[in-house]
Design a protein around this ligand. Structure first.
Ligand SMILES: [Zn+2]
Length: 447
């Protein structure tokens, strides 16, 4: 559920996950192991977190597909180890312009829990439709209950109350389709979405009840909303490896509709090691592997681990607003995020985690990070490019999306140089780009 990143100096869950894909069919989750199979670009996901989080939540930061050796997810140019973003000196954009630019940037979302996208209005509608009582008088009251969480448990209570209304195939379809519509409106072109089977089966909702609804929405994403999407099922650490293996077996009839597996939930007391066999089995089935790690467990301030993540470019899926809302980091979160974004060579991606509960969707997360870390258009474009590089898309698709990021940045920079262009964008409207001459040469340099 929460995602976080762990970064610099922070802990990354030791040995947490990793999943490399590929070759080794096994691979236990070990964070970053470096061998990546050479031929299939493997993707690894790394997780990180910023700080020890309270129990039950872990934040994971997953990171999808990194390409460790090749060039680095962080570097859109595909060249070696990416330079620290600190090298980019850009003026800060005021909020309205920043928001416009972020929305226009093509992005991939790699860390979002579909159950965490249940908005108060849909939750209340499903409550009425399914006859599931909730402790809220109306939508406004349900929304108010999400405004502030004093601790993890409050969030979990609210989150689980919401999930209780999800019972039938149509409920899951509507939930997923609503997320996809929102994501598309925010410039997301590709989404790798987590779902947690045990959160549904534990309530008596069967795979046949929930999975077809999720899958139908994902399969219709491109036609209905213009983005591609895929599903990653997460196992709950606190339910143990046997339950995870059982869940994996239950998923087999839907194997072709599932991109990969993940690990989430409480870390403290539930290390990743016992899940090795489950991950190995997943690998033999051709599933990608990711994991939340390092949020509430794992090494603290492990510089060696950070260096390893920089060297291997294992992507990290960071969810800044989730960290903020859940108060998972005991120090100054803003400072830590800034260090992470501008002081390291980590392959970062920005994501929303549980956006209906934790501060907003992907654009709000980019905007928050941009504000606290002082990021300008090139930095933001680099993060967007990194999100595609870190995805499980095939190389050609990644390249196409990264080129689109470059084009969006070029167009923006070009507009910025045209005085009249600036005025057209002023009130939050979209710039009349078509009226502007095309840039003479690519101005886009993500590095
Ligand atoms: Zn998460």
């Amino acid at each position: 559920m929460i995602a976080m990143l762990r970064s610099s100096g922070m802990d990354v869950g030791g040995g947490e996950e990793g999943g490399e894909e590929g070759a080794d069919a096994g691979g236990a989750p070990a964070v970053g192991e470096g061998e990546q199979p050479q031929q299939e670009q493997q993707q690894q996901h790394g997780l990180t977190s910023l700080t020890p989080l309270p129990r039950h939540m872990q934040v994971l930061i997953e990171t999808p597909g990194a390409q460790p050796t090749a060039g680095g997810a962080g570097g859109a140019d595909g060249g070696g180890t990416p330079a620290p973003t600190a090298a980019l000196e850009e003026p800060r954009l005021e909020d309205a312009r920043l928001a416009t630019f972020i929305e226009r940037l093509p992005k991939a979302e790699l860390h979002v829990h579909i159950e965490g996208t249940l908005e108060p209005d849909l939750m209340m509608a499903l409550s009425a439709r399914n006859g599931v009582a909730l402790p809220y008088a109306d939508v406004a009251a349900a929304a108010a209950a999400r405004e502030h969480f004093n601790n993890l448990q409050e969030f979990l209570d609210c989150y689980h109350a919401g999930m209780a209304v999800l019972l039938k195939r149509q409920d899951y379809y509507e939930l997923t389709d609503a997320y996809l519509a929102r994501a598309a409106a925010e410039g997301v072109r590709h989404a790798e979405i987590f779902f947690v089977p045990q959160g549904h089966t534990a309530r008596g909702v069967t795979w046949a009840d929930f999975f077809p609804g999720l899958a139908e929405a994902v399969e219709g994403a491109e036609a209905r909303h213009g983005l591609t999407a895929a599903l990653i099922m997460c196992f709950m650490r606190d339910l143990g490896p046997e339950a995870a293996m059982q869940t994996l077996e239950e998923a087999l009839p839907y194997r072709s509709q599932i991109l990969g597996v993940g690990l989430e939930s409480a870390e403290r007391g539930f290390p990743p090691g016992p899940f090795q066999a489950v991950f190995e089995r997943a690998a033999t089935l051709g599933w990608k592997r990711v994991a939340h790690a390092g949020e509430e467990g794992g090494p603290e301030n492990d510089a060696q681990l950070v260096s390893h993540l920089e060297a291997t470019q294992v992507p990290l899926t960071v969810c800044p607003l989730s960290n903020l809302c859940l108060q998972v980091y005991s120090g100054c979160l803003e400072e830590r995020l800034r260090e992470l974004a501008v002081g390291t060579r980590l392959a970062l991606t920005v994501n929303s985690d549980d956006p209906a509960y934790l501060g907003g969707y992907v654009c709000a997360n980019y905007a928050y990070l941009a504000r606290v870390a002082g990021l300008g258009p090139r930095h933001l474009a680099r993060l967007a490019a990194s999100s595609f590089q870190a995805s499980f898309l095939d190389p050609a698709a990644k390249q196409g999306h990264v080129e689109a990021v470059h084009q969006a940045l070029d167009a923006w920079l070009h507009e910025e140089r045209v005085p009249t262009g600036a005025s057209c964008r002023a009130e939050g409207g979209r710039a009349a780009g078509a009226a502007l001459p095309a840039p003479a040469a690519p101005a886009c340099a993500l590095e």
